[in-house]
Design a protein around this ligand. Structure first.
Ligand code: CO8
Length: 301
């Protein structure tokens, strides 16, 4: 009878489940109370760790021996977790982080060294993965300690906000391997730091940015001591997740259009979304709360 039941870990009480299933007899309810509901939604990952703190989901890359080099299995797990959190109404923002030594040292060189063009082209190598994270509707805040090189730097730049630990290193060393950045480095880095610096980094493969330089160029928005980085990142993600989820997602969409549209089209897009927020409960609540001098209680609708 309960085989097809999907329950998030500890997110629903047995009483809620009983009610949902319409369980009436006291004996059956007692039996349900003794069941520990194990999620079929949260898969066991081997290369990442996931956890939630309130409305914030935290994804930690966990392949320490290879400095979080991004192999296919790791891509797959990141994508899977991101898609799951994007579809979870209880999550309002995601934090993506690595270890103190490395956020990620790039795509896995050993895995891809023998790859051939024809297979890369046919399978759209890396394309699906990079598209998935860009499709995320909820904000992602990257907490970057240590190396963010090649695909690791690109992964951080796919996030919406980057915070860095004092020892973070950002670079695009692909040229040293006889290749070039393949997941947005030539585009996003250029937008972030300007043409001359991006060219210098990408063409030499050895000019990296430390955390303070990355901040000065606008690639990251804040720098913290390594041991404080995750805590501070979660604080910001929590603040974001406490706002109305619809307006947060609309704001993210509108900012991202600044990279795609002309100014007049971008302004038009922004105005339409602004007008649309007046169809949400959270706009009514937010503005009423201001007028009534109280804190808003957003319902994310
Ligand atoms: N791929 C595979 N293994 C790696 C990688 C990597 N990118 N980086 C580090 N490792 C492994 C090392 O081989 C080593 O393994 P082992 O212990 O088995 O020998 C282990 O991690 C520890 O590394 P090191 O011993 O080299 O540690 P060091 O502290 O001496 O050096 C560095 C750290 C400087 C980070 C060094 O490891 C390094 O230069 N790594 C390669 C950096 C690089 O070139 N990155 C770019 C890769 S290409 C790329 O990212 C293309 C992007 C395309 C799109 C990607 C989409 C995500």
């Amino acid at each position: 009878m309960f085989r097809s039941l999907v329950v998030k870990p500890f997110s629903r009480s047995a009483a809620t489940v009983s009610a949902t299933l319409g369980v009436k007899s006291a004996a059956a309810r007692h039996q349900l109370n003794s069941i520990r509901f194990v999620s079929t939604e949260a898969p066991a990952y081997g290369m990442i760790k996931t956890e939630t703190q309130g409305r914030v989901a935290i994804i930690t890359l966990n392949r320490p021996k290879a400095l979080n080099a991004l192999c296919s299995e790791l891509f797959h797990e990141i994508n899977d977790a991101l898609a799951r959190f994007d579809n979870d109404a209880n999550i309002g923002a995601v934090v993506l982080t690595g270890s103190e030594r490395a956020f990620a040292a790039g795509a896995d060189i050993k895995e891809m060294k023998d790859a051939e063009f024809i297979n890369n082209y046919k399978s759209n190598f890396l394309g699906h993965w990079a598209e998935q994270i860009s499709k995320m509707r909820k904000p992602i805040v990257a907490a970057v300690n240590g190396f963010a090189l090649g695909g690791g730097c690109e992964l951080a730049m796919m996030c919406d906000i980057i915070y860095a630990g004092e020892k973070a290193v950002f670079g695009q060393p692909e040229i040293n391997l006889g290749t070039i950045p393949g997941a947005g480095g030539t585009q996003r880095l250029t937008h972030a730091v300007g043409k001359s610096k991006a060219m210098e980094m990408i063409l030499t493969g050895s000019v990296n940015l430390n955390a303070e330089e990355a901040k000065a160029y606008g690639l990251v928005s804040a720098v913290f001591p390594p041991e404080k980085l995750l805590e501070e990142t979660i604080k910001t993600a929590t603040r974001i997740a406490s706002k109305g989820a619809v307006s947060v997602q609309m704001a993210k969409e509108a900012v991202n259009q600044a990279y795609e549209l002309s100014l007049s089209s971008g302004l038009h897009f922004e105005r339409r979304l602004f007008q649309a927020t007046f169809a949400t409960k959270d706009q009514k609540e937010g503005m009423s709360a201001f007028a009534e001098k109280r804190k808003p209680a957003f319902v994310h609708e």
